[in-house]
Design a protein around this ligand. Sequence first.
Ligand SMILES: C[S@@+](CC[C@H](N)C(=O)[O-])C[C@H]1O[C@@H](n2cnc3c(N)ncnc32)[C@H](O)[C@@H]1O
Length: 216
Amino acid sequence: MTLFHGDCREELAWLNADVLVTDPPYGVAFSEKRTKRQKVGAIIGDDSTDTRDMAVGLWREQQGGVNKPALLFGHYRIPRPVDTRHVLIWSKGDNTGLGDTSLPWGVSYEEIYVMGRGFKGSREPNIITCPTIPSSHWLRQRHPAPKPVPLIERLLSKCPPEWVVADPFAGSGATVIAARNLGRRVVAVELEERYCELIVERIQNTPVGLFDEFEE
Ligand SMILES: C[S@@+](CC[C@H](N)C(=O)[O-])C[C@H]1O[C@@H](n2cnc3c(N)ncnc32)[C@H](O)[C@@H]1O
């Protein structure tokens, strides 16, 4: 496991991985409203899809180009990357989420764009139900948008085990921990030092003996 503290547009080691599994800034700035209550601060770059598009562009430029596999979290209000082949729906069950509060329907799902080729495994529905991390959970006081580790494990189960996983927007470390749990190699980047520290804490507090290295 390798974690870089830095900007993924400059720390480019993640580009050598085999599959991109990441949850970039969405460009909807919802996290700002949410984090005013949570007091952990907004996600940097969440006011546009520029950072996401630059990272996806870098990934596509690698050997394999548009065929290089990627699983990328998204939102119904933002444009999908052009070479999206399929969309998975992460159903959050009864959680009504944010969205337009003048409407009598919440938003209880997120999209996961499937790009590239090489995914394997038994055929399953494209709706994955997995509970969110409750707002009362300690992790939500440390990061505004932590993804559930079991959800990422379900995604990684469709990636051949020899693939090295890249997460250039590591956040609280869900991809790093899921990869570690499944014995997968992972290269991650996170811009904010406090989130890098959080990832290291989480790894250290749940040891399984597969920890290799930490770089800044
Ligand atoms: C939506 S969050 C990821 C949440 C993550 N999936 C989790 O489970 O915690 C996006 C993360 O990308 C980070 N980020 C934003 N711009 C970045 C950049 N240019 N390079 C690296 N990380 C960046 C933010 O600090 C934030 O933690």
